[in-house]
Write a protein that binds this ligand. Structure first.
Ligand code: CP
Length: 310
């Protein structure tokens, strides 16, 4: 891979994304075996530092690192010296003095992973920064789409819901565009950034029109915690107009793939019937997240693709 840090898919080439996705196929095979562990990152140390809550990303990075035999340190913000006023950079410099190799960081402020990457020796992996990007989510989403649909080139992908606050949407858009997919975004005007069309996406405010001929729908979580004021009248009204249920799914292609990065607001942006229905690959996204994060850690940890286990 031609980069030391993974901050944003905006800056990753198609070739590098394809390298990760190809390697992740090998790791997917590995993690479905009874023995899931290989010694390739033995001696490396990965630090997970999450300033925002996480179930999927944090645990899957930990599992991915452990399956590659790396040592993993989960640094809890609430019990670290950050609460005594230590700066983020002083904290990371302190941990780095213990000879670590990679830092996986999630932060509520956009730009924090890039800030660290410019100042420390270890590799930095962005596990989600503010409303900017969540590159490994973008990669695992594309891995799942290719696994199920064969390719991305020419496929129509609709990203639905709270695009304004979504780092997942931005990583999907950058990644999918480079891979040749046609991208639509849909939601109420208050949740669609005004200049989003400049990223090469088609903008819809009507869900029925947006879903016509769609191959894949990626449903975003409504991020009430990032909304400073009410951006739609009520959650009931949002669910009525933009929530994806079995009726609305009929507007898409018959074999449409339903995705959601999680965590879901069931009954708001997605109905339980759709979340657990035959089109849903939401749990497979989680499995694929481990394989993709193993590939990222492996490549950034200095592994070579042809060294890999059989
Ligand atoms: N998709 C995602 O980032 O989920 P978590 O917040 O649980 O990590």
């Amino acid at each position: 891979m031609a980069f030391k840090h993974l901050i944003a898919l905006e800056h990753v080439s198609k070739e590098d994304m394809v390298s990760v996705l190809e390697l992740a196929k090998t790791f997917k095979e590995l993690i479905l075996r009874p023995v899931k562990k290989v010694p390739t990152l033995k001696g490396k140390t990965v630090v997970n530092f999450f300033f925002e809550p996480s179930t999927r990303t944090k645990t899957s990075f930990e599992i991915a690192a452990k399956r590659l035999s790396a040592d993993v340190l989960n640094l809890a913000v609430s019990t670290s010296a950050v609460v005594k006023g230590e700066t983020l950079l002083d904290t990371i410099n302190t941990i780095e003095a213990m000879q670590i190799d990679m830092v996986v960081i999630r932060h509520g402020t956009s730009g924090v992973p890039e800030y660290l990457a410019k100042r420390i020796k270890s590799s930095v992996i962005n596990a989600g920064d503010g409303m900017h990007e969540h590159p490994t989510q973008g990669l695992l989403d594309m891995f799942t789409m290719i696994e199920k649909k064969g390719k991305l080139d020419g496929k129509i992908v609709c990203i639905a819901g709270d695009v304004a606050h979504s780092r997942v949407a931005r990583s999907n858009i950058w990644g999918l565009k480079k891979m040749g997919a046609k991208i639509r975004v849909v939601g109420p005007p208050t949740l669609i950034p005004k200049d989003i069309d400049k990223l090469g996406v088609e903008v819809f405010y009507d869900l029925k029109a947006a879903l016509k001929d769609v191959d894949i729908i990626n449903i975003l979580r409504i991020q009430l915690e990032r909304q400073k004021k009410n951006l739609f009248p009520t959650t009931r009204e949002y669910a009525a107009f933009y929530g994806i249920n079995t009726e609305k799914l009929k507007y898409a292609t018959p074999d449409v793939l339903v995705m959601h990065p999680g965590p879901m607001n069931r009954g708001l942006e997605i109905s339980p019937n759709v979340a657990d229905g035959p089109h849903s690959v939401i749990n497979e996204q989680v499995t694929n997240g481990v394989a993709v994060r193993m590939a990222v850690l492996y490549l950034m940890g200095g592994g070579k693709k042809d060294e890999i286990i059989n």
